[in-house]
Design a protein around this ligand. Structure first.
Ligand code: TYD
Ligand code: MG
Length: 453
């Protein structure tokens, strides 16, 4: 009888240990080391007769290695292509992570259904009937998409050999298990082993593979950190499940920039690509409402006009409440302190609520000025003219600081019909004559004077 072999893995970073210990030496996390059965048998992962001979790689001159311009596979999904840097690269492994219910399965099923190639969608989470029901809503007539409900990699590879798909989607990597290991699906060693089998398969056959991955409470992809090192591209699908907008961004991309961003809207028939996000994120209210200000921000590489809403009211209880959605609460506190100290507004006794519409989260410091404008507008209950937008950072001394890519922001504001944009005096403004009126300010007091005097 063979002895059961076990090893200890850090559940956080995937480091292997021969015995249990309290703290991981590698990532220094406590209580993350767990025992897993690994008992290895002979490795028969991806093995095909045709590819066996090609296995032995020989060094070749870099000039002799051919790449063609049309090497990328068009996914028929403009936003996904953009985030991938132009399309799927043959033989690449892409990991798509995101919170449960955000729409990872929907997105990949939609892509699998729409592509004009033979696609295989492997699901370990849903039955073929469930997938069919979903597919009927999204894209009813697809003849190229195959569905397989299987979790054992050896069986998946057998089916792949039978139908030769051009693209493989695995939903999800946490449900996979391989016969080579005895540990349970979802464990560190299983995830790592299954992923490496698919990497081998992808590289040897040139078939792109997309792995869907679950994420942990703190937003990282569940499983070993090394999974992210193993794959070529890591995509993150995020958004507020209570809102309809979803953002797809690349965390790592071996074949393109990580600054690109894809925006989707969840509808009853799947995810719709949003090519002009600014127009939707700004509400089309006719009346002038106090407490709203529009900021020209940059998300990744895309300029976006977003609406900020503030509500300032007298605190009912002793401690005033500060609550934000889509904006850093600490940053709001800092901006309120600046307003109090540098502009003399007594906001310490007021409740302040701040909301970025559309359910998106913005880290761009360039929205500071719009946040201040919205807070002041709500405080004195005077609406800000709808044709004005803002793009500047606020410093602790109450100074208005320049922000990056001001020309892109100004262009986007122009495109959407704004007549004025408030920026820092120290911006490197484009030389060309702008049809938009650029208002240059240096201190927070200037914005108060400009807007409300
Ligand atoms: P799903 O793709 O199952 O999420 P994940 O795989 O990331 O866990 O998406 C589930 C949500 O998407 C679900 O709450 C319902 C919503 N949805 C729609 O609004 N419209 C649709 O056409 C589909 C398929 C899903
Ligand atoms: Mg899913």
């Amino acid at each position: 009888m063979t002895k059961v072999k076990t090893t200890f893995f850090c559940q956080n970073c995937g480091t292997q240990f021969s015995k249990w210990q309290g703290q991981c030496n590698s990532c220094e996390e406590w209580n993350t080391i767990a025992e897993e059965v690994i008992q290895k048998t002979e490795k028969v992962a991806w093995k095909s007769s045709e590819t066996l001979d090609k296995r032995v790689a020989k060094p070749q001159k870099i000039v002799d290695i051919s790449t063609s311009a049309d090497a990328r596979i068009n996914t028929q999904n403009i936003e996904l292509n953009r985030v991938l840097g132009g399309g799927l690269v043959p033989g690449s492994l892409t990991l798509l992570g995101g919170e449960p219910g955000i729409g990872k399965s929907t997105l990949m099923l939609q892509v699998a259904l729409q592509m004009p190639y033979k696609t295989l969608y492997v699901s370990g989470e849903e039955s073929p009937q469930q997938i069919k029901m979903r597919a009927e809503r999204i894209y009813p007539n697809s003849s190229n998409c195959f569905i397989l409900t299987e979790t054992k990699t050896q069986n998946i590879f057998r089916q792949i050999e039978a139908i030769h798909p051009n693209i493989v989607v695995i939903d999800s990597v946490q449900t996979l298990h391989t016969d080579n290991l005895d540990s349970s699906p979802g464990s560190i060693s299983q995830i790592r082993e299954c992923a490496s089998e698919f990497i081998k398969f992808a590289k040897e056959t040139g078939t792109p593979v997309v792995l869907i991955g679950h994420i942990t409470k703190d937003g990282n992809i569940a499983g070993p950190k090394i999974l992210e090192h193993m794959v070529d591209t890591v995509l993150q699908f995020e958004g507020d499940p209570n809102h309809v907008y979803r953002i797809l961004r690349a965390q790592k991309n071996r074949f393109g920039s990580t600054n690109e961003l894809g925006i989707y809207e969840m509808q009853s028939n799947g995810l719709r690509e949003v090519d002009n996000p600014s127009e939707i994120l700004i509400s089309k209210n006719e009346e002038d409402l106090s407490g709203t200000a529009i900021s020209a921000t940059i998300e990744g590489l895309r300029p976006l006009m977003i609406e900020i809403q503030a509500l300032v009211s007298t605190a009912v209880y002793g401690t005033p409440q500060r609550s934000t959605t889509g904006f850093n609460a600490k940053r709001l506190n800092m901006l309120l302190a600046v307003l109090e100290k540098r502009a003399g507004f007594k906001l310490g006794v007021k409740d302040v609520f701040l909301n970025i519409t559309g359910g998106i989260t913005v880290d761009d410091p360039a929205i500071d000025l719009a946040v201040i404008a919205a807070v002041l507008s709500s405080n004195i209950d005077i609406a800000i003219d709808k044709s004005i937008c803002f793009a500047a950072e606020i410093g602790l001394a109450g100074e208005v600081r320049p922000v990056t890519r001001i020309d892109q922001r100004i262009k986007e504001a122009e495109k959407l019909g704004f007549t004025s944009i408030v920026v820092s005096k120290y911006c490197n403004l484009p030389k060309s004559k702008n049809p938009i009126n650029i208002i240059k300010i240096t201190k927070v007091n200037d914005v108060v004077n400009y807007l409300f005097d």
